[in-house]
Design a protein around this ligand. Structure first.
Ligand code: FAD
Length: 437
């Protein structure tokens, strides 16, 4: 049996951040991965998705500018994008393993399971440690209809050698909307099958604008039917009609804990993830969990996975000295146009009993947006009684960068007065900030 100071299960953003801190502190560590080293974000998530979304956004922007004099045709070549994405994503495991080898971290690849509170078995090797970090992330939720396993998931999108002629996307979250817009802009016929509410966590006015824009660019958005079965490339719907094409299951993600035998380690989990306290410690005090797999107040996004990995590592090293900070979580849907939010929604502020004002602005008349013909641009900002921004909700071409400024404004409890005195460059989207607050 090989003994370590800490064994980390998973090798994504949370694991990576924790490994650096633990190794720098002189701990002997092992990382176990059951797929390819490097995690979801760079191989099957944020990064390859954003490469496709850049193409989609460029096409959208060009189309908007046609009325303003842009001429000529533009098209997106799926294979060429895929080639570049493959170069990038397939380089990740090599660069990660090289980096960790140089740090003298032992790497194991295969399917691990706990056999008791301080031992794990991986491909016939028994490893033990006084402390563990579980950072196994999430995996697509299976589509629970006959033939549901014939649907592809976001994991498979980047393996598609050719652009599907038609793609039917089941789901209403950010992954569903992002891929709907990506595939539509690349040239597929796209259906978006939404069971109840689209993008539940976002502001309804912002979502309404995005849904209308989705329809305008030719995405068939359907709330009236549900998928009932898949036979090959035929999807049957609840009204007995059928659609032909690829089916993308984007119905959500569930914690990756299935084969870990967490019971053997005394670690409790449920459909939401591994139960953790504010120090990211599980029901077994020697086992911590971080990132998407941990059921914490943070959203399942890369920056929070990294932050949790760092926090768990520091608590493992120094005793439970740090709790999860309460920070606003900027969140973006990279559709065309993108939408973004940070801080509280109206619903959340009401539920918390906060007194607040709402400032809504149709930004499409601002020169920032009229010069790029962005008719969707809109903002809704929530202001506390003291005049501090407590929530911001945006749609429009500049939403992703603007939301980071709002995040800064919320974190630093800035008011209209403060923002008025910020020196920002003109003409930029940031120079409109004082009109939005
Ligand atoms: C399509 C898509 C788009 C996304 N876009 C964004 C975005 O734009 N911005 C953003 O911030 N976030 C985005 N995310 C979310 C982001 O990828 C995750 O929040 C982040 O990767 C979580 O990091 P993690 O370390 O918790 O888990 P992961 O990065 O998922 O790493 C977990 C690792 O553990 C491995 N593993 C799983 N089970 C086991 C096991 N039993 N044994 C050993 N290893 C195991 C996995 O193979 C994986 O390598 C996106 C996700 C997807 C799927």
């Amino acid at each position: 049996m090989k003994r370590y100071d800490v064994i980390i299960v998973g090798s994504g953003s949370a694991a990576s951040q924790a490994a650096t801190i633990l190794r720098d502190a002189g701990k002997e560590i092992a990382i176990i991965e059951n797929w390819t080293f490097g995690g979801t974000c760079p191989q099957r998530g944020c990064d390859p998705k954003k490469m496709l979304a850049e193409g989609a956004e460029l096409l959208a922007r060009t189309e908007r500018m046609r009325e303003l004099g842009v001429e000529g045709s533009l098209s997106l070549d799926w294979q060429a994008f895929k080639k570049r994405i493959d170069e990038y994503r397939f380089s990740i495991p090599t660069s990660k393993t090289q980096h960790w080898n140089e740090m003298n971290i032992d790497l194991y690849q295969g399917e691990p399971h706990f056999i008791d509170e301080d031992s794990i078995v991986i491909e016939g090797h028994e490893l033990s440690a006084p402390q563990f970090l579980i950072a196994t992330g999430q995996t697509p939720r299976p589509l629970d209809i006959p033939g549901g396993d014939q649907a592809i998931t976001s994991d498979d999108v980047f393996d598609l050698d050719a652009l599907p002629e038609s793609i039917h996307i089941v789901g209403a979250g950010y992954i569903a909307f992002e891929f709907a817009h990506i595939f539509r802009r690349f040239g597929s016929d796209v259906t978006l099958l939404i069971r109840s509410q689209a993008l539940k966590a976002f502001d309804p006015n912002v979502v309404h604008r995005l849904v209308e824009e989705s329809k305008r660019i030719g995405i068939s958005v359907r709330y009236d039917v549900e998928p009932t079965r898949i036979d090959g490339n035929v999807l049957t719907l609840s009204d007995d009609s059928t659609l032909e094409g690829v089916v993308l299951n984007a119905t959500g993600r569930i914690p990756s804990v299935e084969r870990l035998h967490l019971d053997a380690a005394g670690v409790k989990s449920d459909r939401q993830g591994i139960h953790v306290n504010e120090y990211l410690q599980t029901s077994n005090p020697a086992v911590y969990a971080a990132g998407d797999v941990a059921y914490s107040p943070n959203p399942a996004l890369t920056p929070f996975a990294g932050q949790e990995g760092r926090l768990a590592a520091l608590n493992m090293l120094h005793g439970n000295t740090r709790v999860l900070p309460e920070r606003p979580a900027p969140t973006i849907v990279y559709a065309t146009p993108p939408i973004a939010k940070v801080g509280l929604t109206v619903e959340e502020a009401e539920a918390e009993g906060i007194d607040f004002d709402v400032k809504e602005t149709d930004m499409s008349h601002f020169l920032t947006y009229s010069r790029i013909n962005d008719a969707t641009a809109y903002s809704k900002v929530l202001l506390s009684e003291e005049g501090h921004v407590i929530g911001a909700h945006l749609i429009g071409h500049h939403a992703p960068e603007l939301i980071n400024l709002f995040s800064f404004i919320i974190q630093n409890k800035l008011s209209h007065q403060h923002v008025k005195h910020l020196e920002v460059a003109y003409p930029t989207a940031a120079s409109d900030l004082t009109y939005l607050i």
